[in-house]
Ligand binder design. Structure first.
Ligand code: ATP
Ligand code: MG
Ligand code: MG
Ligand code: MG
Length: 564
């Protein structure tokens, strides 16, 4: 390809909104342009990279028996109502109506569509397992679309769904995908780490995220530095053992105390004669992420911090404390919504370490005293600020955990029977018994992987593409277009490389060499071959590896052999 003909609109100035380096470089080097917040056009260079990543993904999916399909982007509301997600998915779901007023959404993920397909087409154990996938645009109306391709509202995802006869089959499929993901990110030339993750809104049990390690990552990964241990988890998942939160002091038995006329913190502390800092309040919210309870301390400052954290409140419903106790197993009941299997408590360690604190008893003018959060709330209910931090002991081997930032480029999930039950996807087993299919789902953010590759591979001059996903493998730069000798040799080298199967650009633009070199670095071609006076005189091409720095002279006739 000739640079004079390529559509690579490079920029000198980067728009101020570009915060992270991948966003800046993708704009500057002419890979993407914004159409709307979180919505981008992928220009020729970006599209080449995307196609390479997709090809690696395809090969590894196919190798594990995946079969590629293409499902619709537009999905009927009925299926989402059947799964129960129409009401719970929240504002991230792009909803639309057709001319008849029927509800649809733009697919943020495809469990509903694929389960509907499979329930109609598969009925016997002989047809299982099945691994079906697609590579397609996904739509999520993210609250904060940002960082360019890292968090878009339209983005490309590979999503595979596995259907098995039983959990042993699912374990097998999960293992296959875990292996495939490992190979995919290795082949993309990325430094990454699979980590245990929290199953969140999608539901299900085992799940791992694949994290590309980079400072700009939005996620925090906690990992055990002990090679032989290998424990690693997202900090939304890694839990601390409760004995880390229960401070010293004498825990007393939980009791109800009457606090007539007390509604404010000051009144309660006066009625009970306690330090206001001993007051903890429990509040439950239903949020986009599910149900959370903020467990906050009685001093206002702490209250405000926690309330801000729970700012995306959709609805607050009250339930009776004994129901909550029954469902959660916690010894302290709290105001909250009915039917709340997803309940989680947000609290910090200071709160959890309180001894003999005071909590609302869910009845007017009554409080609980001697509340010991670490004792009276079940550990798995407590999340967020009580999660593990760097320095906490590894749950497997006890070594102090270390922390790193990560970009989630992929996730594998054991869904179990969640969707097959909701949508009644069954098969008949070898004994004539009707059973639910056992499912898994496995996503890779293709556009995010491209951005993550840049976050991890760049310098002050531009992108340093891993060869396997580079838009082109090499650029041939004649120092001067006005010198027929330069151009003739450059043409020869360019043709030889292309004939050898390399993807190569000839920078035939009428620009100063400095401009060409700058652009070559910015765009990030893994190899730059410079042809100038020295080449004409000595027959040697200057070969420079992007990121390596050194320039190596190579005889014109050996170029193909050397760089291939
Ligand atoms: P995140 O935690 O970053 O919001 P997610 O957990 O919601 O991502 P999944 O539902 O697991 O995302 O989707 C599978 C993959 O799709 C993710 O691992 C990620 O690589 C990619 N992805 C998700 N949301 C976006 C987005 N808004 N922009 C680009 N890629 C995304
Ligand atoms: Mg998300
Ligand atoms: Mg996530
Ligand atoms: Mg995820």
């Amino acid at each position: 390809m000739r640079a004079s003909q390529l559509f690579i609109p490079t920029l000198r100035e980067v728009p101020a909104e570009a915060e992270v380096i991948s966003h800046k470089l993708l704009l500057r080097a002419g890979f993407i342009r914004k159409a709307a917040a979180g919505v981008y056009t992928l220009l020729p260079l970006a599209w080449r990279v995307i196609k390479k990543i997709e090809q690696i993904v395809r090969e590894e999916m196919d190798r594990e028996g995946g079969q590629e399909i293409m499902m619709p982007v537009i999905q009927p509301a009925e299926l989402w109502q059947e799964s129960g997600r129409w009401d719970v998915y929240g504002p991230e779901l792009f909803r639309l109506k057709d001319r008849h007023g029927r509800d649809f959404c733009l697919g943020p993920t495809h469990e509903e569509i694929i389960t509907d397909l499979v329930r109609h087409e598969i009925s016997s154990y002989r047809q299982l397992p099945r691994l079906l996938y697609q590579i397609q645009n996904k739509y999520r109306d993210e609250r904060r679309p940002r960082f360019g391709l890292m968090r878009g509202r339209e983005f490309i995802m590979k999503d595979l769904y596995s259907f098995d006869r039983d959990t042993a089959g699912l374990d097998e499929s999960y293992k296959k995908m875990y292996g495939a993901y490992t190979r995919i990110f290795q082949r993309c030339g990325l430094r990454f780490r699979p980590v245990e993750a929290d199953s969140g809104a999608i539901g299900g049990k085992d799940t791992h995220e694949f994290m590309v390690l980079a400072e700009s990552g939005e996620a925090t990964v906690l990992f055990c530095p002990q090679e032989s241990c290998g424990y690693a988890a997202n900090d939304e998942r890694a839990e601390t053992p409760p004995d880390l939160w229960t401070a010293g002091g004498e825990p007393a038995p939980l009791q109800e105390a009457s606090t007539p006329g007390s509604h404010t913190v000051a009144q309660v502390t006066a009625a009970l004669g306690v330090d206001p800092r001993q007051i903890i309040k429990t509040m439950l919210y239903r949020t986009e992420q599910g149900v959370v309870a903020a467990l906050v301390r009685g001093d206002r400052e702490v209250n405000e911090i926690k309330l801000q954290k729970a700012a995306n409140v959709l609805r607050l419903e009250l339930a009776d404390a004994s129901t909550v106790r029954q469902i959660t197993g916690a010894r302290v009941g709290f105001a909250g919504p009915v039917g709340l299997p997803g309940v989680k408590i947000i609290a910090d360690r200071e709160v959890m370490a309180l001894v003999n604190a005071v909590a609302g008893a869910n009845r007017d003018e009554t409080h609980l005293i001697n509340v010991n959060p670490g004792r009276d709330f079940t550990p798995h209910l407590v999340t967020d600020l009580c999660l593990a931090r760097a320095g906490d002991p590894c749950p497997h081997c006890g070594a102090p955990l270390e922390a790193a930032r990560g970009i989630e480029v992929g996730q594998v999930f054991k869904l179990g029977e969640k969707y097959s039950r909701a949508l009644n996807a069954t098969y008949v087993d070898e004994n004539g018994q009707t059973r639910y299919m056992v499912m898994g789902c496995y996503g890779i953010g293709v556009t995010r992987t491209m951005a993550a590759a840049i976050e991890q591979n760049h310098d002050q001059n531009g992108i340093i593409w891993p060869v396997s996903i580079a838009p082109y493998q090499a650029v041939v730069v004649p120092v001067s277009n006005k010198e027929p000798a330069h151009m003739a040799l450059a043409e020869k080298v360019y043709r030889d490389l292309a004939a050898a199967g390399m993807e190569v650009v000839l920078d035939d633009r009428d620009e100063r060499p400095g401009v060409k070199f700058k652009d070559a670095d910015l765009i990030g071609y893994p190899l730059r071959l410079t042809i100038g006076n020295r080449t004409v005189e000595s027959g040697q091409v200057e070969v420079r590896r992007r990121g390596g720095g050194e320039t190596v002279p190579v005889p014109v006739d050996d170029v193909v052999e050397t760089v291939r």
